[in-house]
Design a binder for this molecule. Structure first.
Ligand code: PMP
Length: 385
């Protein structure tokens, strides 16, 4: 059968395979970025107007777009609703951006490590992904400058707030420096911010987009981490010149995002009820983060190093004695534990052994200790092989 050339580049997603294996109810899964079941808000569908059963606009529901633009303006992003495109999760925003910019061989800049499913999307279209080395407070700015001097990337894909997988939050100084460099070299920014609202300290939310003066940008967000991932409602906001192209790509992809989910999202965003829900979510996850931290200290203290995440959903562990943690994935599943091998988040996994991403939002506290204990044993066994 004659498939398109790009099918040869199509990689399976390790995370989706692990999540499928972790479906068994007895599995304690630290693998996905799933919200905690008790924190999924109860939704009331009874007031849904029948009009949402009809076809809708490709741009998205006007009311929802207004709410999204108003929220972005609070971050200092200069935009209005005409720049908002509602997408099927923020994953679709990444897919549309890829289609807009990437041909085989197109250079793009990504953090090292970076979000697996973004890599999957960029690489499917043949992108040549160049990695920006990361530090505890964001990219190494000298390396970023050097990279910009010797390459011509179509865009830089960044997750500056509680990055997936590393949980890194860029400092304000690094946000300033990154924005200035992207402006100087005329490189488009794709700023992906699914974890911005899940913050466990007092730092105010901010963005890189709001610091740009010249270059094009796409800012993406989602209700997956704050409301319901199953709604599949995300969005992109972009600089005006990009919008007509992204809109046509959206039309070609699926006509419009499901209106039922958009209607539900609009019932929440911008309301007092949503603000209250965020307060509860933060306190619930902060507690789970703290429990995970003490359990990790007990079982992984001699095995790995890590920073305490100040937001988001993940701990990012670096093993003191590195080995490729993908090799013990099956052994972990055999003892009913799932986790994400960190190697998968790098362009070249072989060169980056010894990382693990552990989600702390999903496994209930009463099973946490047992799950982490079993996982530590699997790692000890793996290291001694
Ligand atoms: N970007 C990042 C960095 C993510 O971690 C995720 C979800 N794990 C997404 C995008 C996609 O989220 P969704 O499609 O559910 O909005």
């Amino acid at each position: 059968m004659a498939f398109s050339e790009r099918i040869a580049r199509l990689k399976g997603s390790l995370i989706r395979e692990i999540l499928a294996a972790a479906q068994r109810p007895e599995v304690m899964s630290f693998a996905g970025g799933l919200p905690a079941e008790p924190m999924l808000p109860k939704v009331d569908w009874s007031a849904m107007p029948t009009s949402v059963s009809q076809y809708g606009m490709s741009e998205g529901e006007p009311e929802l777009r207004e709410l999204i633009a108003a929220d972005a303006r609070k971050l200092g992003i200069d935009c209005d609703a005409s720049q908002v495109l509602v997408t099927c999760g923020s994953q679709q925003a990444l897919d549309l951006a890829t289609k807009l910019f990437v041909d085989p061989g197109t250079q793009v800049l990504v953090e090292s490590p970076t979000y697996l499913a973004a890599l999957q999307s960029f690489q499917l279209f043949g992108a040549d992904c160049l990695e920006i080395p990361q530090e505890a407070d964001g990219p190494n700015i000298d390396s970023l400058r050097a990279l910009l001097e010797r390459s011509t990337p179509a865009f830089a894909y960044l997750i500056p707030t509680f990055q997936n997988p590393s949980a890194v939050r860029y400092s304000d100084a690094k946000r300033d420096a990154v924005a200035a460099l992207l402006d100087e070299f005329g490189v488009t920014l794709i700023e992906d911010e699914p974890y911005r609202e899940l913050v466990y300290d007092d730092q105010q939310p901010t963005s890189i987009t709001s610091r740009l003066r010249k270059t094009s940008w796409i800012y993406t967000g989602t209700v997956s981490k704050t409301l319901l991932p199953g709604l599949r409602v995300g969005y992109l906001i972009c600089s005006k010149e990009l919008y007509p192209y992204l809109l046509r790509l959206k039309q070609a992809a699926d006509l419009h995002t499901n209106r039922v989910g958009q209607w539900q999202a609009a019932q929440w965003l911008g309301t007092e009820k949503f603000q209250q829900h965020l307060v509860e979510l933060r306190s619930f996850y902060r507690e789970r983060r703290d429990t995970m931290q003490s359990v990790l200290e007990e079982h992984f203290g001699d095995l790995a190093d890590w920073e305490i995440p100040q937001g988001g959903l993940f701990f990012w562990l670096k093993l003191k004695q590195p080995f490729d943690t993908r090799t013990v994935m099956q052994k972990a599943l055999d003892v009913d534990v799932a986790f994400m091998p960190g190697e998968a988040f790098f362009i070249d996994p072989e060169k980056n052994p010894g990382y693990m991403r552990l989600n702390f939002s999903h496994v209930p506290p009463e099973r946490l200790d047992e799950g982490v204990r079993r996982l530590a044993q699997v790692i000890r066994d793996g290291q001694s092989c």
